[in-house]
Design a protein around this ligand. Structure first.
Ligand SMILES: Cc1cc2nc3c(=O)[nH]c(=O)nc-3n(C[C@H](O)[C@H](O)[C@H](O)COP(=O)(O)O)c2cc1C
Length: 356
């Protein structure tokens, strides 16, 4: 399409489809993948099977290290590499890993047989960021404010994930996604921005590409994937939960204090006061040992959990209302790939549209 200009010549009106294709191409190049959809690292839930399935579908699969010891981190990287020829990522949480972080990152990089995407939830220490980039790996940092995004950019991050308050899991900021994206895109023009929170499909992504994104990062959609290690009852709850089924709370802080988190509503979130922290389940953590789970633990219910799994931290974003089935991860990726470049933007906001 073209429009006359005052001087009588014609100027090309921007072509939204071409703009989206270009944005996706930039995101894909920055991440080293075919399609710039990042599957979030999710402690206990995102293991080698999920990461490899997502990588095989051309997006960025990510294996979560959470509180894994260095030798366990190395084993997770080797296991994922053995399952896929694709690019994959490794997720760390500096504020949770604490003194483990340095060893986790070094072990993951040493075990890698290809360039990795080191996906950090929150800012990593500068020395570790340099270790990653100097060794030829890519750094992706998820933040919740434009200011932290600028700091991550200063650390050499190839891509900046921006987490809005629609997101499942712990929150890095207090801004809704569209506001966070608009402010960050204005402050950091030309960067690869990957919004996260409540996103469900290609139409959601198209809206964000038009607003300055180059891809996106999604968690909850992949919890409901067949290859995720989420407990079957948790997956089923995601399928049946409708609008208003999630809440932002501070009830699951044991093991990860200090951040509000979005979870499925349940007896624990709806109780008028925090229930006492007695043991409600058993689960296996990274070292293979069975451990009791106190009510209020930050641990999500995985296939290893036995007991009152509905009272555990079932992290979920606002996109939950539109999840209607447990499907292979490749089908989840296909849903975002869809007709991204040409899809008409969904109205009103990505997280607010109805079930599909
Ligand atoms: C079950 C679950 C566990 C999560 N655990 C982590 C984690 O270990 N590391 C991390 O970087 N982010 C974690 N997140 C947050 C995601 O990185 C991301 O911000 C969020 O999933 C995006 O919102 P969405 O779930 O609506 O797609 C988790 C999210 C969920 C749903």
């Amino acid at each position: 399409m073209s429009a006359p200009d005052p001087g009588g010549a014609t100027t090309a009106a921007p072509d939204p489809a071409a703009g989206r294709e270009a944005a996706l191409a930039r995101g894909a190049a920055a991440l080293g993948v075919d399609f710039p959809l990042v599957q979030a690292g999710m402690g206990g839930v995102a293991g080698p099977a999920l990461a490899a399935a997502v990588a095989d579908a051309g997006a960025l699969g990510t294996v979560a290290l959470y509180k894994a010891a260095p030798d366990e981190a190395a084993a997770l990287v080797r296991d994922t590499a053995a399952r896929t020829a694709g690019t994959f990522g490794v997720n760390v949480i500096p504020e949770v890993a604490g003194r483990l972080l340095d060893g986790q990152i070094r072990a993951a990089l040493d075990a890698a047989d290809r360039p990795l995407v080191l996906n950090s939830y929150g800012l990593p220490p500068a020395g570790l960021a340099r270790l990653v980039t100097d060794a030829g790996h890519r750094l992706l940092v998820q933040t919740g404010t434009p200011e932290d995004a600028a700091r991550a950019d200063g650390l050499g991050a190839a891509a900046l994930a921006l987490q809005g308050t629609e997101a499942g899991g712990h929150h890095l900021g207090t801004l809704p996604l569209r506001t966070l994206l608009a402010r960050t895109a204005a402050a950091l023009p030309g960067r690869v921005l990957l919004p996260a929170g409540g996103l469900h499909d290609a139409a959601d992504l198209a809206v964000l590409l038009d607003a300055g994104a180059s891809g996106c990062l999604c968690g909850t959609a992949f919890v409901a994937a067949a290859e995720s290690a989420a407990h079957p009852a948790y997956k089923q709850a995601l399928v049946t939960t409708g609008e208003d089924g999630t809440t932002l709370t501070d009830r699951f802080t044991i093991g990860w204090p200090g951040r509000a988190h979005r979870v499925l509503r349940g007896p624990v979130t709806e109780a008028p006061a925090p229930p006492p922290a007695r043991f409600i389940a058993w689960t296996t953590v990274a070292d293979g040992r069975r451990r009791p789970v106190p009510l209020g633990s930050a641990a999500a219910p995985t296939t290893e959990a036995e007991g009152r799994v509905d009272d555990m931290a079932r992290y979920a974003g606002l996109g939950t209302a539109r999840i209607t089935a447990v499907t292979p991860a490749a089908a989840v990726v296909a849903r975002y790939r869809g007709r991204t470049a040409t899809a008409a933007p969904a109205a009103p906001a990505p997280a607010a549209s109805g079930r599909t």
